[in-house]
Write a protein that binds this ligand. Structure first.
Ligand code: PLP
Length: 407
């Protein structure tokens, strides 16, 4: 494994060198959104200062540079995901839009009354609500793989739930509130055996560990750029080419058509078919720069680093009275959700902020899961490669002070 100068890496993130409420910023809200390195910020500035123009349609120098940058980013994302070709990458605003795209277009074509959409009890609202909307429109039914006591999926129930009526099995790679890492390849294999299509929500894994769609064997995968050092409003849907080309378009407009008459239109193949109108060109350029930046460190190295911080956090939180960590002890990603007997998550998060510590408190867009766990919510600390062990210790000290303060 290459040795990384983590202090040098951290210095790439200008936002981290500031005081908040009179204390050095301690940013542990990375599962909500990551910070951006200078390489990504410069790619945006460079694009706007030198190359900015509309893509595809222009027959002038700047337009062809912008097109090259936009399509070049698609190639980078395809390689990053291990996709068979760049045509399997549709740029979206992020995970939410990517899942809605599948629910609305694949769903409209392939889901009928009585069909089953299988989800898990740990899905983020963005991998739940679009399927509820599809079920309402079509008369399809939703089923859920339960979450067991230890925060993992109750896989022994899969045989009963994953029946021939299941048309779609959509699940998260890493739970954003429990930290659980799901056995994606195993779930995809089980779905394939009954002819179900799979969608992986990779929002929490995409910037944290190696993600390869062909190793996973998934049909669709959705992710957000802003959680992997890229700009907000960037992200993508991966879809197997034959599935994307069998799906009807969703947004109509420029760029997605072959011919248009007053009465009707014909549509391009994927990905253009799903990218109507002027896209987020700068966002895609920034996403491409983020891919280069993360690959420069290496995803396996990032995962190891995140994991070391998580283990340290689990040990330090374990020392605090009345603090209970949610989720499994092993096989977990770089985030820790916990409760503190003495304080509501919102009060604790506000207390932390007074010390310059950015945590997240609440239901984390997992309302049904919180209800099942009988929790008002949790407080979540989430780590990324620019965080340090010293920061985890500082977090633990602030939380120890909170235990005394709220007692
Ligand atoms: N899925 C998971 C597991 C998430 O953690 C999130 C965001 O926190 C999303 C989906 C939604 O991502 P976005 O809001 O970027 O579309």
């Amino acid at each position: 494994m290459t040795s990384i100068d983590w202090a040098k890496v951290r210095a790439d993130f200008p936002i981290l060198a500031q005081q908040v409420n009179g204390k050095p910023l301690l940013y542990l809200d990375n599962a909500a959104s990551s910070q951006k390195p200078r390489a990504v910020i410069s790619a945006l500035v460079n694009y706007y200062e030198r190359d900015n123009a509309n893509v595809h349609r222009g027959l002038h120098e700047l337009s062809s540079r912008a097109t090259d940058a936009y399509e070049g980013a698609r190639v980078k994302v395809a390689k990053y995901l291990g996709a068979a070709s760049a045509e399997e990458i549709v740029f979206t605003r992020g995970t939410t839009e990517a899942i809605n795209l599948v629910a609305q277009t694949w769903g409209a074509r392939f889901v009928r009354e009585g069909d089953v959409i299988l989800l898990t009890e740990m899905e983020h609202h963005s991998n739940l609500v679009p399927w509820q909307m599809l079920a309402e429109r079509t008369g399809a039914r939703l089923r859920f793989v339960p979450v067991a006591e230890d925060g993992t999926l109750a896989l022994e129930r899969l045989g009963d739930l994953l029946t021939a009526e299941v048309k779609m099995f959509a699940f998260t790679h890493i739970s954003n509130s429990l930290g659980t890492i799901n056995p994606v390849a195993e779930l995809c294999r089980a779905a394939r055996a009954v002819g179900a299509v799979t969608l992986v929500d990779a929002a929490q894994s995409i910037g944290h560990l190696p993600v390869d769609v062909r190793e996973m064997g998934c049909d669709f995968l959705a992710f957000s750029g802003h959680k992997m050092c890229a700009p907000t409003g960037s992200g993508a849907l991966y879809g197997r080419a034959e599935l994307l080309d069998a799906m009807p378009p969703w947004h109509g407009g420029g760029e997605m058509i072959v011919t248009v008459s007053y009465e009707r239109s014909t549509y391009k193949k994927a990905p253009a078919r799903f990218e109507a109108g002027t896209p987020n060109i700068a966002g895609a350029v920034g996403l491409g720069a983020a891919v280069d930046y993360i690959e420069g460190i290496g995803r396996a190295t990032i995962f190891e680093h995140d994991l070391a911080l998580t283990r340290h956090a689990l040990a330090r939180l374990g020392e605090l009275p009345g603090v209970r960590v949610q989720g499994p002890r092993d096989r977990r990603g770089g985030l820790v959700g916990f409760t503190m007997d003495a304080a509501h998550p919102h009060d604790l998060t506000t207390f932390a902020d007074q010390h310059g510590l950015a945590l997240r408190g609440g239901h984390h867009c997992n309302m049904p899961l919180m209800k099942k766990l009988r929790l008002p919510g949790t407080t979540r600390a989430s780590f990324y490669f620019y965080n340090t062990k010293v920061e985890v210790d500082r977090m633990a000290d602030i939380l120890a002070e909170a235990v005394r303060f709220f007692a």
